[in-house]
Design a protein around this ligand. Sequence first.
Ligand SMILES: NC(=O)c1ccc[n+]([C@@H]2O[C@H](COP(=O)([O-])OP(=O)(O)OC[C@H]3O[C@@H](n4cnc5c(N)ncnc54)[C@H](O)[C@@H]3O)[C@@H](O)[C@H]2O)c1
Ligand SMILES: [Fe+2]
Length: 400
Amino acid sequence: MDDFAILRTPAQVIFGTGMASATGSLAAEYGDRALVVTDPNIAGSPGFNSVRTSLHEAGVDVRVFSEAVVDVPESTITEAVGYAAEYRPDVVVAVGGGSTIDLAKVTALLARHPGPLSTYYPVGSVPGPVLPLIAVPTTAGTGSEVTPVSVITDATTRMKVGIASRHLIPRHALCDPLLTVGAPRTVTAHSGMDALAHAVESFMAIRRPAAPSSVLSRPQVGKNPLSDTLALAAAGGICANLARAVDDGDDLEARSAMLYGSLLAGIAFGNAGVTAGHALQFAVGAATHTSHGLGTGLLLPYVMEFNRPARLAEMAALAEAMACTDPVAAVHELGLRVGLPASLAEIGVEAGEVRGLAEASIGIRRLIDNNPVRLDVDALEQILTAAWHGEPDRISAARV
Ligand SMILES: NC(=O)c1ccc[n+]([C@@H]2O[C@H](COP(=O)([O-])OP(=O)(O)OC[C@H]3O[C@@H](n4cnc5c(N)ncnc54)[C@H](O)[C@@H]3O)[C@@H](O)[C@H]2O)c1
Ligand SMILES: [Fe+2]
């Protein structure tokens, strides 16, 4: 075993059906004013109501900001931060998918530290603790309830930017499968494939030499035995349950397994980091206005195939965990089975755009430098071209 491992997590991770009702007691530990961040779809749900009731029963005063928007545009951040400045909460509670939790993270950040938000784009530049955050996810999913990352849309470039700092890890993650039951079929499929991408990309990520300085300066340090254990368990659980959760959204057992898988994958990639697939999705998502999980799920088999020669042992371990002979084929088939588009061409990418997408992704060094095989624009173009055709085998064919 490598004798270097790291695990940064919330102070408390609580998982289980009905656990959303713990929110009130936890929030009351920080004071008597809670800003609850959510979106209009969730605000009227029974799960949201259970959170709100628990806050009320714990004697916590609540102000609800229910205008979270998918992909976290800057205008919404400005609005939420203004709301927080006026209310001066002791604690922030996020109830929603990754977009809502990420909005809550930057709201908690800007409530404690001066803007503009772009000050904190460089990795590890958040100067200290942010307002305490309790994250209650409603998708299975991004894992944002446990990660040091908030992904927002930059107003100038219109590209996604990940703000990464250990100070952005929520103080508590409250994972209640009941809250994911209402997630629509497409959201379930896309966010579930994203969770699988977190598990697999972090398991196949770069391995870095141990050094106290790099550990302290980076929230995500590359694969290590602790992240590997969680990533492998996550990949197995997600593969066994995603199609079930997509086919029957009321299947609480499958929902629970998915939320557990996305939680483990979130802790894994929150420490190890993700790789080329996520960097490429930032460009593909900006160009096609498709969801994060659609892009990361669609691109995953191509990135796996590209990285295969450097990660043969990991491929064998994934095959065992996922109960399949070839993990690349299994991930590709699972994506199609749950309704992902078959290719980048199918989501409107023109063949002539592929090179530009590769060029737009190469600058996302936090993710590009975390890939186990060195990447240049040609390599990214090769991955995207295979995905444009919908044929992972093109990458292996080019190797022989
Ligand atoms: N912070 C991180 O570590 C991290 C990791 C991966 C992705 N992300 C980001 O997270 C975002 C994607 O998050 P997501 O996939 O969770 O989706 P989302 O939060 O963008 O939500 C998608 C849609 O699903 C709806 N929804 C969510 N849960 C629901 C429920 N239980 N019932 C009914 N409707 C529900 C929402 O209202 C919204 O309309 C992207 O911006 C992505 O870049 C962040
Ligand atoms: Fe992701």
